[in-house]
Write a protein that binds this ligand. Sequence first.
Ligand code: XUL
Ligand code: CO
Length: 442
Amino acid sequence: MAKSAFPTIPAIAYEGTGTTNPLAFRHYNPEEVIDGRTMAEHMRFSIAYWHAFRGTGADPFGPGTIVRPWEKGKDAVSVAKKRMDVAFEFFQKIRAPFYCFHDRDIAPEGATLAESNKILEAVAAHAKQLQKATGIKLLWGTANLFSNPRYMCGGATNPDAHVVAYAAAQVKKAMDVTKELGGENYVFWGGREGYETLLNTDLKREQDHLARFLHMAVDYAKEIGFKGQFLIEPKPKEPTTHQYDFDCATCIGFLRTYGLEKHFKFNIETNHATLAGHTFQHEIEVAAAAGMLGSIDANTGDLLIGWDTDQFNTDVKELTLAMTSILKAGGLGTGGFNFDAKLRRTSTDIEDLFHAHIGGMDAYALAFKLARRILADGAFEKLVADRYASFDTGYGREIEQGTTSFKKLEKLVLTKLGEPTPKSGRIEFFQNLLNDYLHNGR
Ligand code: XUL
Ligand code: CO
């Protein structure tokens, strides 16, 4: 057993709301059984390798501030393996049953694709051993098609077919590795799949290429027997001005246009939703309405800043609203809550990594419990159903069923119905009711 990287920090225990211990859970009790499943099974928390173990605190104005002792070593591959040992110790101590990675997070790139593939295989073999030893599983894998300068004009949508071929080769390998490690999903976040100006861009051709790329991924998954769920992670902008996978609604249109809708669900990230001008809950509802809710990248942005700040989310109100939509949709299936969130540049202690995840996990666990209470009570559901009750019978039902027409409805209004009586939407009443659950013990 390797030396502990966090000798002073124990495995985080559940101590309830009475505790003042900052290194304890107040709400997330992994072993607590609710409806026949443990909280660990309900929440399926996952750690994002790129932030937790590759994040340095660098921003556009300055270099990294976060220095970890295990990053020192004689060669990049042995450092990658040592880092992975530390990561698995962290996953265990923070009580997260899953992790996620990009190929290039876990393994350094070599001088050629063949060399990169070899290194990735070696580090993945190490990951496999650690997964086996700890029981920690891979929620999803993905390929980084945005950091290397070769992808500066995109991966799948690059105007140079040579780059598209390279991207295909890289994704093929990332899928192999994800399958080898039992990954339950595979994510496509459209890194630089978008454009800055139409002066130099053939939008239609790029979208066609993206669809071809995804079809090739579907074909390859079938070929190798990869059973994991494919997930698209929408984002409206950053790094490019116009990302093709803008939001769930845009992606649903795209996937249906190209006959891909059966093969994909969505990985919804809170900060991406708000960058698109939506709430987190809106994106969840749009995905769920199409039967395409897959997984969550759990974070939040800063509405005052306006870019993807990837912060840990402790906003219980926002998360409770999201959770009610997730639970109503029947949960996330093979998905989970992946903390695609990074420490602030000034949070340089190793304890900060624990505080950050404890806060995020507790906020989600509390939101889960509150959402369950809201749904069990049924008050909102009844009120909302009442608002639409006029569609349950008569001409309302005919509208829903498609058995009436403009002509019939015109006749009805002219001869019988006349002017509708205004019905209040009672928004403030609904807001107060929410606070009854959040703060007033309902
Ligand atoms: C970028 C982002 C990515 C994806 C995976 O905004 O969220 O880290 O989650 O590529
Ligand atoms: Co993400």
